[in-house]
Design a protein around this ligand. Structure first.
Ligand code: SAM
Length: 219
């Protein structure tokens, strides 16, 4: 098969950002700076390119009911919520009050806080307790890697046909492609990549974007 891709360099990355709308949003810049002040842990936040992609995708799909597993300091949630209609809802699940409390004031300032419900706890338990009739058009999964498959199996039945699930970090810094799969997290995501590719319930494309996004559409 013909291969078509280019080498991503810092120059190419910044060129792409400079030619993307709203890539220098002042509120986002402030939230990202506050997150960076946390130190190395700030690397958990998705990239601005990924945030803009999610923001446009949610708008293009006309999402009304969204789910996020793994909210951290609220950047990806902000991107989703900004694209929901006024009566749209985003349910966020996270275990850390410390990190999510950084995001709340930014949601308020963006005027999207009323669309976001944050539930605190272990996401597997929170999903088990979810209202039986709660369904989603869009889900973003970006929490503890060993539970990604549990999240997938809990969320997929709640997705409407045609709904989109995104999983972040599915390239694991390139290690999965290099066959360097040793940690528990890497083993779990390697198995999930294989499973998604052969799962008749979805069609998927693994986008080499950020740390790799599995883009799945429920059939
Ligand atoms: C990679 S960060 C999410 C980044 C966020 N999507 C963003 O782009 O800003 C992972 C988050 O998952 C949360 N988390 C980890 N394990 C969890 C669990 N078992 N249940 C719920 N949340 C969990 C962490 O507290 C952390 O905030």
């Amino acid at each position: 098969m013909g291969e078509k891709f280019i080498q991503l360099t810092p120059q190419v990355y910044h060129y792409a950002l400079q030619h993307s709308s709203n890539s220098d949003d002042p509120l986002v810049r402030e939230l990202r700076e506050e997150t960076q002040a946390l130190g190395d842990i700030s690397g958990m936040q998705i990239g601005v390119d990924q945030g803009l992609f999610i923001q446009i995708l949610v708008a293009a799909l006309g999402v009304r009911e969204a789910l996020e597993i793994g909210t951290f300091t609220g950047y990806s949630a902000l991107c989703v919520a900004r694209s929901l209609p006024q009566d749209g809802r985003l349910l966020c699940l996270d275990i850390s009050d410390e990190w999510t409390s950084i995001g709340r004031p930014f949601w308020e300032r963006a005027g999207v806080a009323s669309k976001i419900e944050l539930r605190m706890g272990h996401a597997v338990e929170l999903l088990n307790q979810l209202e039986p009739d709660r369904t989603f058009d869009f889900a973003f999964i970006d929490a503890d890697k060993v539970n990604y498959d549990n999240y997938y199996e809990a969320v997929l039945p709640r997705m409407r046909p045609g709904g989109v699930l995104l999983f972040d970090n599915m390239l694991r810094g390139g290690r999965l492609a290099e066959g360097n799969v040793t940690s528990e997290d890497d083993i779990a995501l390697q198995a999930l990549n294989v499973k998604l590719t052969h799962d008749e319930r979805v069609e998927n494309v693994l986008l080499p974007f950020g740390d790799g996004i599995q883009f799945c559409r429920k059939k």
